[in-house]
Design a protein around this ligand. Structure first.
Ligand code: NAD
Length: 428
């Protein structure tokens, strides 16, 4: 995780301040929304396979639940920080509000590196996280879901621990579960597809046909892979993808200008979204430095790996041909890079909307779980398309009407909706 000189939480607060200024928000509402309502930080003792006990640091941050139960991911990463989690919890609140879901925003995580953990150690960390926080989360209070380096299997272990502690079946405690165990069909695809549904709408506005466009992606994990699949299905050409290489501890960009072959690249990528460099080269891919993904002469850039990846140092390398930047990852663009991008006239589809698809599907999973009636995949993806398209159109209309860039417009819409819920509850 490259946090460079930016503290993601300070950035999130600045973005909030800007929206609060635009809205002329009163002092107590500002004070309430500028920081999380509740924060939990704890130690998770885990017996490792060699018999030694390791202590992992875990978090759950609940930013705001005025519009409904909190919801947000659990991330496993060796450089996780509480400030990153705070920032992401805040952005979950805004994300729920932009997509008009009756939910709030939370985020959690554990400082650990799943690359170095056996499946049994992962299971113990998952169960340990739940043991520390089980009284302060739950289906009607705060619902967890998978995020960076956490999987459906991890969610199921967490659910099992939660249900054991509470002696009740509570499928609504966690979303992103395996499909046969209360998960929703379509959840795997939802975030990546959502990114491309938003891109499709943006292309329509720009009068461009997807099949006449080219794109470059950062990341080859859950979000990027499904985004690539849908984009190629719409006829788009993917010139390059970049991903982390655990062996060399750097990222690489793999390029095939005429179009990457998604199936062959998937076959040589591991569960962490890392492409086997030797096999990729054998298949004719050029192996370029990690940052090369954003230097390509393409129409669309999709950062779908980590935060703070487009910064003042590399933003100037973006080609003049780029028309759309769709933020698949959370917070991939630093504020000074954002300014430079605005000056280039690139249409930014901000993370608040671009990667909301997974959250929308998590909400569908809760609805299906509550009814104990599960929809077919097409129905889920159809509903996702409707919700994403309508959120994109409202945001784009608002942005044009108020002459605000899309990112600012998304914050203003979200902050106003959450502030109104706080006022109606009599909190401020
Ligand atoms: P993932 O773990 O499945 O994949 C991450 C990908 O990023 C991998 O391909 C990895 O190799 C690559 N990567 C890591 N470090 C890199 C680097 N320095 N340079 C280039 N590539 C690098 O994660 P994911 O679920 O696809 O999530 C990606 C981003 O999207 C994260 O910011 C996450 O918070 C955000 N997000 C995910 C979801 C979801 O539903 N999975 C929803 C909303 C937002």
């Amino acid at each position: 995780m490259d946090t460079k000189n930016f503290n993601l939480f300070e950035t999130a607060q600045k973005q909030f301040d800007q929206a609060a200024d635009t809205l002329g928000l009163d002092r107590p509402t500002r004070a309430l929304l500028r920081v999380p309502m509740r924060e939990y930080e704890f130690s998770i003792p885990v017996r490792m396979d060699d018999g030694e006990v390791s202590i992992f640091r875990g978090f759950r941050i609940q930013h705001n639940d005025a519009r409904g139960p909190g919801r947000g991911g659990i991330r496993f990463h060796p450089q996780e920080t509480i400030d990153t989690i705070r920032a992401l919890a805040m952005s979950m609140t805004w994300k729920s509000a932009v997509a008009d879901l009756p939910l709030g925003g939370s985020m959690g995580g554990v400082i650990c590196d799943p690359h170095d953990l056996s499946p049994l150690e992962m299971e113990r960390i998952c169960r340990g996280w739940v043991r520390q926080i089980s009284q302060d989360v739950g289906p009607a209070w705060d619902v967890a879901s998978p995020d960076l380096m956490t999987s459906a299997q991890n969610m199921l272990w967490m659910l099992d621990e939660y249900e054991t502690i509470h002696a009740a079946r509570s499928p609504g405690f966690i979303t992103g579960k395996p499909v046969r165990m209360g998960g929703s069909l379509g959840r795997l695809e939802a975030t990546g597809y959502g990114v491309i549904i938003a891109v499709r709408e943006a292309l329509k506005e720009l009068g461009l046909r997807p099949e006449k466009t080219r794109a470059s992606f950062q990341g080859f994990g859950n979000v990027a892979r499904h985004a690539i699949q849908l984009y190629q299905r719409l006829g788009g050409t993917v010139a390059s993808v970049s991903c982390w290489d655990q062996e060399d501890k750097v990222s690489y960009t793999y390029r095939k200008k005429e179009n990457i072959n998604f199936t062959e690249l998937s076959a040589i990528a591991n569960a962490f979204g890392e492409i086997d460099k030797a096999k990729a080269e054998k298949l004719g891919y050029e192996r370029l430095p990690g940052d090369a993904w954003l230097e390509q002469d393409v129409d669309i850039l999709v950062p779908a790996a980590l935060e703070n990846q487009i910064s003042a140092e590399n933003v100037k390398k973006i080609s003049q041909q780029v028309k759309i930047l769709a933020e698949g990852a959370n917070g991939p663009t630093t504020p000074d890079a954002d300014e430079a991008i605005k000056e280039c006239g690139i249409l930014v589809i901000p993370d608040l909307l671009a990667n909301a698809g997974g959250g929308i599907c998590d909400y569908f999973e809760q609805v299906q779980g509550n009814m104990n009636y599960y929809w077919k995949k097409d129905e889920v993806l159809g509903k996702l398309d409707v919700q994403m398209t309508s959120a994109y159109i409202s945001l784009s209309d608002f942005s044009r009407k108020h002459k605000l860039p899309m990112r600012e417009a998304a914050y203003v819409i979200a902050v106003e909706r959450v502030a109104q819920a706080c006022r109606e509850r009599g909190w401020v």
